[in-house]
Design a protein around this ligand. Structure first.
Ligand SMILES: Cc1cc2nc3c(=O)[nH]c(=O)nc-3n(C[C@H](O)[C@H](O)[C@H](O)COP(=O)(O)O)c2cc1C
Length: 185
């Protein structure tokens, strides 16, 4: 099982994120949680979120880049859900050894993420705090999926990004199935 945490403040107005999300949720064994649909008032059901993570072998964090970071509700989800004794510390560490895939859409195109570009830094400069959040919880960091210029790429490019995403999730699910078989034999 793969837990897909989708954080788009306006899921109904999202074009890129929604297309990716729909491609992912068409796959079997993907449990999707659209945070802004579930918790429009930020009242996160921590027990439900933690249960979903316990069930998962891999976790996907998918969102649009907002001010070089995650949207507010995903940050709040980190704060409330990834607690000591559940996600780290103590004997349980529920996320240890699970895989974590970060899927981010950006407004800037690739040239914007260069020292001489609009955002003045490579995209890799904005990865460490998300990656370290995953790794602090003992998760394995997967190569992220980044969809640039998400608000203006054409439908064909978006379809291509969606199929790339679907392929990555399928490979992840296959790897998890293989691991489960090896563990049980
Ligand atoms: C509040 C806000 C902050 C944003 N910050 C960034 C940013 O830091 N870098 C960037 O490249 N795009 C930024 N964007 C653009 C969004 O990432 C982009 O519009 C989104 O990924 C498009 O996906 P969607 O069609 O699912 O909404 C921002 C947009 C908003 C509304």
């Amino acid at each position: 099982m793969l837990s897909l945490i989708f954080a788009h403040p306006y899921p109904d107005r999202s074009r890129a994120g929604r297309r990716l999300f729909d491609a992912a949720t068409a796959l079997p064994n993907v449990e999707a949680r659209s945070l802004y649909d579930l918790y429009p008032d930020f009242g996160i059901d921590v027990a439900a979120e933690q249960d979903a993570l316990r069930r998962a072998d891999a976790v996907v964090w998918q969102h649009p880049m907002y001010w070089y970071s995650v949207p507010g509700l995903l940050k709040h989800w980190f704060d409330k859900v990834l607690t000591r004794g559940f996600a780290y510390g103590g004997a349980t560490a529920a996320l240890r050894d699970k895989r974590c895939l970060w899927v981010v859409t950006t407004g800037g195109d690739e040239s914007a993420f260069r020292p001489d570009g609009m955002h003045a830094h490579e995209l890799s400069a904005f990865v460490p705090h998300v990656r370290q959040t995953a790794e602090f919880c003992g998760m394995h960091w997967e190569e992220p999926i980044v969809v640039h210029a998400a608000h203006r790429i054409d439908d064909a490019a978006l379809d291509h990004a969606a199929s790339r995403y679907r392929d990555r999730l399928t490979a992840l699910l296959d790897t998890m199935n293989e691991t489960a078989k090896e563990t049980s034999s």
